[in-house]
Structures are given as structure tokens and as C-alpha cells.
Design a protein around this ligand. Structure first.
Ligand SMILES: C[S@@+](CC[C@H](N)C(=O)[O-])C[C@H]1O[C@@H](n2cnc3c(N)ncnc32)[C@H](O)[C@@H]1O
Length: 297
């Protein structure tokens, strides 16, 4: 088994193309999310794909383990991605599938991406098209989405803090109900509160600097667009995920998932090195990744 992401180099992301498309559709989408995607996609132009999310290696390893369990199956492997900033989670899935079972396993995937915002759906559709992979996209609030057929694998990365605090448990129970009997859910969430309340401002500054560089490089954005998007980014509210901490520690996390109906197979804390946290402008020092199946009732 080839465990390197290079095994799936065909699925490399294109951060500049993501930014270009994000800017192109910015007036029609990405409004209700407080320009979360516009800010993140512009900021990520200068972030290596593997460093975008703090626990990329661990998250990928979990996906590979879940897919390896499906290796003998010959029917489509139905995967749901619950919310996505850009093409990162989809690329991680495709690279993982390629590493586990090569092109045949990638072809076996039937992926559905659900997000309330149109921007990540558009980015992932374009990316999937370029990779020659089928992708269903659904613009909906997670709580309103009901799947026609149950999923074999559900991926959630950093989405829980976005759900309204009082309803996080209901959202989780609902998502777990999408799992088929032997399906796997993998969820990663930060632990603790943002220790540094200036992160949002720093991230906005980086996004604006990249936007200006993008324009200076002659990549087809005029000064008027730069000015209006810069204003939007400066005016957009502090991301609501920054206000929220779902879990203080691992015990809270396991209690939450179990009471929502997940039979845990593993739950662990990923610690970022302090140097990495500063270098990659990460907000949190720890994340918690859980993997589980739907508890039998
Ligand atoms: C933090 S992002 C996912 C981040 C992930 N680490 C990544 O890199 O792709 C959370 C996503 O969930 C979406 N989202 C939040 N609440 C939602 C809801 N109630 N229904 C559907 N999508 C939601 C947001 O629009 C956003 O795209």
C-alpha cells in the first residue's frame, strides 16, 4: 500500500484556481457565511496543501483505514463530506482512496458534498471535473438533508463548531443516522478555546495580501474588484466558529459522540508542535479525531 499523498498526485489541488473561481463567484455566493470561504481560500493560496489542516496526516490515515475495510466490496462506496472550506477534504479522500486501492477504488467512490454555502460546492465540482471523478453536491443545511441511501463513510472536519451550540447534539445524531450498519464516521474538531483572539484579524490580513498579490501578478482581477473584496473581508463579521468551543477535552468529546449514537472505535488527541502552530497560523494547539460506527439500538 502506498501511503504517500504523491500516490495520488493526479488529485493535487490548485489553490490559485480555487482563488480565481472563488473571486469570480464572490458576488453571487459566499455571503451568508460571513465570507468565511473567500477569506480562507485566499489565505490558503500560500499554504501548502498538507499544512492546511492541522491533523492532515492523522485524518488521512483514518480515511485510509476506513477505506481499507471496504476493499473487498464491489459496489459503490458511498461517502458524505459534511461541509468543506475548499477542495482539501475531497482531495484528501481521493488521494487516500488512490493510496489504498489505486484507480479502481477511486472509481468505486460515490461522493456527496453537503454544505450550506455555494462556494465550496462550486470549487469541488470544478476540481472533481478536472480529476474525472463524479461528485454530487447539495446546498443545504445539514439538519435538513436526508439521504436517499445510507453512506458507508462520513467525513467531518472542523464542522461541529459551526452548528448552533444548542443544536450540536441534534445535528450529530442526525448525521449518525445517515450511516449504514457497518459504515464509519470520522470527525475532527479542535479542543479548547482559541487562545489568541487576534487570529481572525491576522487571517484577514493574509487573505487581503494574497488578493493584492494575485492582482499584481496579472491574473485577471481589476483594481475595483480588489477594492470591493478587500472591503468585504474587512467588514465581514468575526467567524462564528471562533466564538465556540465544542469540547474542553477528550472526555467531553467521547461523551458527546457516544450520547449522539456513535459506537467509538478510536478517539485520540493530536497535539500540534508549538513551532507549527505559529508557522501555519493555527488557532488551536490540539485537535480530537474520533472514528466510529452507528451504535446498535
Ligand atoms: C470549517 S469548514 C470545514 C473545514 C475543513 N477543515 C476544511 O478544511 O474543509 C465548515 C463548513 O461547514 C459548513 N457549514 C457550517 N454549518 C453548516 C450547516 N448547518 N449546514 C451545512 N453546512 C454547514 C460551512 O459553510 C463550512 O463550509
Amino acid at each position: 500500500m502506498d501511503i504517500t499523498p504523491e500516490g495520488g498526485a493526479r488529485f493535487a489541488e490548485n489553490p490559485l484556481e480555487n482563488a480565481r473561481l472563488c473571486i469570480e463567484i464572490a458576488n453571487d455566493s459566499c455571503c451568508d457565511c460571513g465570507d468565511f470561504h473567500l477569506r480562507s481560500v485566499l489565505r490558503r493560496i500560500a499554504v501548502a496543501p498538507d499544512s492546511k489542516i492541522g491533523d492532515m496526516h492523522e485524518f488521512r490515515a483514518m480515511i485510509m483505514l476506513a477505506l481499507a475495510r471496504q476493499q473487498r466490496s464491489t459496489r459503490p462506496i458511498r461517502v458524505a463530506i459534511v461541509g468543506s472550506t475548499d477542495t482539501g477534504i475531497l482531495a484528501t479522500l481521493l488521494q487516500s482512496a488512490h493510496a489504498v486501492g489505486g484507480d479502481p477504488m477511486v472509481a468505486q467512490l460515490a461522493v456527496t458534498l453537503i454544505d450550506q454555502c455555494a462556494t465550496p460546492l462550486a470549487l469541488c465540482k470544478a476540481y472533481a471535473h478536472n480529476c474525472d471523478v463524479e461528485l454530487e453536491v447539495v446546498q443545504a443545511d445539514i439538519q435538513r438533508f436526508s439521504c436517499a441511501a445510507k453512506f458507508d463513510l462520513v467525513l467531518m472536519h472542523g464542522v461541529l463548531p459551526f452548528f448552533p451550540s444548542a443544536q450540536q447534539h441534534d445535528y450529530m445524531t442526525h448525521i449518525i443516522s445517515w450511516l449504514s450498519a457497518d459504515a464509519t464516521l470520522i470527525s475532527s474538531t479542535h479542543l479548547g478555546r482559541d487562545p489568541d483572539r487576534t487570529t481572525h484579524a491576522r487571517r484577514t490580513e493574509l487573505a487581503i495580501a494574497n488578493l493584492q498579490e494575485f492582482a499584481d501578478a496579472g491574473l485577471g482581477i481589476d483594481a475595483k474588484t480588489v477594492a470591493s473584496l478587500t472591503k468585504r473581508l474587512k467588514d465581514s463579521p468575526h467567524g462564528r466558529e471562533n466564538e465556540r468551543s465544542v469540547f474542553a477535552g477528550l472526555d467531553d468529546a467521547t461523551e458527546f459522540y457516544q450520547s449522539a449514537g456513535l459506537a467509538l472505535q478510536s478517539a485520540w488527541v493530536v497535539h500540534h508542535h508549538a513551532a507549527d502552530t505559529a508557522k501555519f497560523n493555527r488557532k488551536y494547539k490540539q485537535r480530537c479525531i474520533v472514528m466510529g460506527t452507528r451504535a446498535q439500538t
